[in-house]
Design a protein around this ligand. Sequence first.
Ligand SMILES: *[C@@H]1O[C@H](CO)[C@@H](O)[C@H](O)[C@H]1NC(C)=O
Ligand SMILES: *[C@@H]1O[C@H](CO)[C@@H](O)[C@H](O)[C@H]1NC(C)=O
Length: 240
Amino acid sequence: MASSSWLLFSVLLIPLITCTNAAVFTLQNRCNKPIWPGILSGAGRPQLMNGGFRLNPNQKYDVVAPTGWSGRFWARSGCVFDQSTNHGKCTTGDCGGRLECSGAGGTPPASLAEFTLDSPEDFYDVSLVDGFNLPIAVVPSGGSGNCSAVYCSSDLNEGCPEKLRVRSDNGETAACMSACMAFNEAEYCCTGEYNNPHVCKPTNYSEVFKKACPTSYSYPYDDATSTFTCKGANYLIIFC
Ligand SMILES: *[C@@H]1O[C@H](CO)[C@@H](O)[C@H](O)[C@H]1NC(C)=O
Ligand SMILES: *[C@@H]1O[C@H](CO)[C@@H](O)[C@H](O)[C@H]1NC(C)=O
């Protein structure tokens, strides 16, 4: 190989080969208010964007995840942060009052987009197991395999059962708790004697979530209709 083509090879192709599995997550805010996406990486995986940032209405932002990354995305709403310290609070999805969650999870209720990349395919889902705060969708592009888009686009806050409602200071329903969070009973949480997919079944509460978002997790053992796979894709994550 002539040295100039070797140079071309190493500059153009080696990065392409080694980065070929990295995924780009494009986060898009279609809400009519700002949101503050939160990102929590799985154990031992690098934090992306230090775990959080602000995203204005109609904005998109690309976040690159390395090969084998796992973690979750959610939106925080109604946040107020001190400009100099970046400390403050959010009405929903708060992660310890910080703009950058840096390894802290969101306080439920929050709608989640969950990913495990390259295992050996990408596994992804939308989960309402920790409740719902904003509509969320996951739309793969450029991958091979099933790669179904997952939309949880209806506003579950409107149809949220009274006992599950979380209200903001102005009285609006800001989020909808899972029955597990609201009542902390084994039947809803799939814990204790219910810690078994053959025993823990949908309930009248989880069915409210499933009806609104048929391809999202509505309770912990909802795998059959809520887990999706794709290989080598990038993912658009739409809030609202
Ligand atoms: C892809 O997944 C969806 C949802 O699970 C399913 O309905 C569909 O049949 C699958 N398509 C293929 C080609 O496997
Ligand atoms: C679910 O069932 C329980 C017990 O029967 C009842 O108290 C509750 O109101 C029902 N909730 C909904 C949302 O239907």
